[in-house]
Design a protein around this ligand. Structure first.
Ligand code: SAM
Length: 334
């Protein structure tokens, strides 16, 4: 039961004794890119806007999490910058007592326009997806243009968003000849670089396992060129960091398949339609929208969240059961 007297750390502990300290908040499942490993090329079956949580509904849910001791929120999607007036939501959330860290995951296509406003509204740091620095390859992977993304990154740096982390999905035969170029790009611009393994999520029409590249291979390729020493990075995420010696560059390795990190999972995901997903790779979920629209009290909402955490599964089964493709990443909130 929710204990209103407790002012301490998170009250959310799941059945496997993991503390839930982090919410990924998806504000839309729509995206202005079509990365081939994320969404089918012609996908258009997005959630109806009437099912999206309103900003006030989102604020209520995040306030409930904050009251339960969750201080860190990452805004994501789909592409969060396509949600109208996102900065107004950021402002609402940054004013909430208990919310200490508001970050954003974006493809940066619209960031040139919004970086400054988002920083002023309360976003402190950002993660940007970028799988290639080659315009033609970028178009093949995403169906979009590279230059706005590069402009967005520079605008983010000018606006003082820090750190800026580049998330690169490492894919065999797609971008495995570009790891060093990306390291050099991040060195030049003082970005942090993170590599991610391709996960079998969502039936995109392409078999993700064709492109899968274990990050040990990436690490050893890089170690031929750079002297890597153990590194640390604030953020509480699953990446394991190395640092390029004598530079500020940290390189993170996110290995959901080759070395899964479920035992330290500290997060849940709230989708744009108000579904709380308890695991990226499983179907366990809890619907909050009906409760919100039926007028649930604040304490009732907190109790619902506690109940939801009670069904968080132990682990995903990407490795043991790769055929079990769950929702598209853009739907859960990546
Ligand atoms: N639009 C935002 C962005 O680009 O960061 C947020 C959502 S996007 C779904 C979040 C991240 O998920 C991106 O870095 C994307 O590359 C990654 N992603 C999507 N599908 C994936 C998959 N099958 N395996 C690994 N990463 C994936």
């Amino acid at each position: 039961m929710y204990n209103s007297d407790s002012q301490t750390e998170t009250q959310l502990v799941d059945p496997f004794n993991r503390k839930i300290e982090y919410v990924r908040l998806s504000v839309t499942d729509k995206c202005n890119l079509r990365c081939f490993y994320c969404l089918p090329k012609d996908f258009s079956e997005f959630e109806q806007p009437s099912h999206w949580l309103s900003f006030d509904e989102i604020e209520r849910v995040i306030a409930a999490f904050a009251d339960l001791g969750v201080a860190r929120i990452r805004i994501t999607g789909g592409e969060p910058l396509v949600r109208k007036d996102l900065a107004a939501l950021v402002q609402q959330l940054s004013r909430l007592e208990g919310v200490e860290d508001l970050s954003l995951s974006t493809n940066a296509v619209l960031l040139d326009k919004y970086a400054r406003t988002l920083k002023d509204a309360g976003v402190s740091r950002i993660n940007v997806s970028l799988d290639t620095l080659r315009p033609e390859r970028f178009r093949r992977i995403t169906q979009g243009k590279l230059q706005p993304v590069l402009d967005g990154l520079m605008a983010a740096r000018e606006a003082g968003l820090s750190p800026i982390k580049i998330n690169m999905v490492a894919m065999k035969g797609v971008n495995d000849d570009e790891f060093e170029d990306m390291v050099e790009f991040c060195l030049e611009h003082d970005f942090t670089l993170r590599f991610i393994e391709t996960m079998p999520v969502g039936n995109t029409g392409v078999d993700a396992s064709r492109y899968y590249l274990g990050l040990n291979e990436v690490k050893s390729k890089l170690a031929d060129q750079y002297e890597l020493i153990p590194g640390v990075m604030r953020g509480g995420g699953p990446a394991r960091y190395m640092q390029v010696k004598n530079t500020r560059l940290r390189i993170g390795f996110i290995t959901p398949l080759s070395q899964h990190f479920c035992e330290t999972c500290n997060r849940v995901r709230l989708s744009a339609d108000g579904t709380l997903y308890l695991c990226l790779g499983q179907d366990h979920k809890y619907e909050l929208r009906p409760l919100l629209r039926q007028g649930i009290s604040d304490d009732g909402l907190k109790n619902a969240i506690i109940e939801a955490i009670g069904i968080k599964p132990e682990k995903h089964e990407f490795q043991d059961n790769p055929g079990q493709v769950v929702r598209f990443m853009s739907m859960t909130g990546g």
